[in-house]
Write a protein that binds this ligand. Structure first.
Ligand SMILES: [Fe+2]
Length: 193
């Protein structure tokens, strides 16, 4: 199992524009210790790595793998959002980057969305600064829309729905984006808004 590599610490420290002495002061060790870590002559104690990651402005996995994600900013655009739906409990998991997600003991596949069709279409009415969304879709226990989401580049809003409920939702307008509706039988549908 690999631990934190010396050159990862050095690269991150230099990227943050701080000296060994400054980093040492932040996390409360000596600058000689930092020098040892960076030249692979010593390893940071497990009890200190959280502080080290924080000081270097990375996550723990990034510190361990040296695989720096900080410049990719995968979470920058919510329009890249992906939905994962548990077929057993109905849990909805969203992600803006690659990942592996499981629920109720099973690995969830990423939901591929398709364009809304006649059976799965939304009626959008603009009232003042809100979108009023309705759907004429069955809402019984066997076949229903379990959530509707409004996604813009900066935010995601998800409204859970339940059988016997009407699909009637209001979203505050936040600009262009996508509207998603998930049907427990037919999957994920998408429309530009
Ligand atoms: Fe359906």
């Amino acid at each position: 199992m690999s631990y934190i590599a010396g050159n990862t610490i050095r690269t991150l420290r230099e990227k943050n524009g701080i000296t060994q002495k400054e980093l040492a002061e932040i996390i409360g060790v000596s600058d000689k210790t930092i020098s040892k870590w960076e030249t692979n002559k010593g390893l940071p104690d497990i009890g200190i790595i959280e502080e080290l990651a924080k000081a270097l402005r990375v996550s723990l996995p990034e510190l361990f793998t040296g695989d720096l994600k900080t410049n990719e900013n995968v979470s920058g655009n919510m329009k890249k959002i992906q939905f994962y739906v548990c077929p057993i409990c109905g849990n909805v998991i969203t992600a803006v980057g690659e990942g592996h997600f499981s629920c109720c003991g099973i690995t969830l596949p990423k939901q591929e969305s398709e364009s809304m069709n006649l059976e799965h279409s939304v009626f959008i009415e603009t009232i003042d600064d809100e979108y009023s969304i309705t759907m004429l879709h069955p809402m019984n226990k066997e076949h229903y829309v379990s959530f509707v989401a409004y996604v813009t580049s900066g935010s995601v809003e998800i409204v859970k729905l339940y059988p016997e409920q009407d699909v009637f939702i209001r979203f505050r307008k936040k600009g262009h984006g996508f509207l998603y509706a998930y049907c427990n039988r037919h999957g994920l549908f998408r429309k530009n808004i």
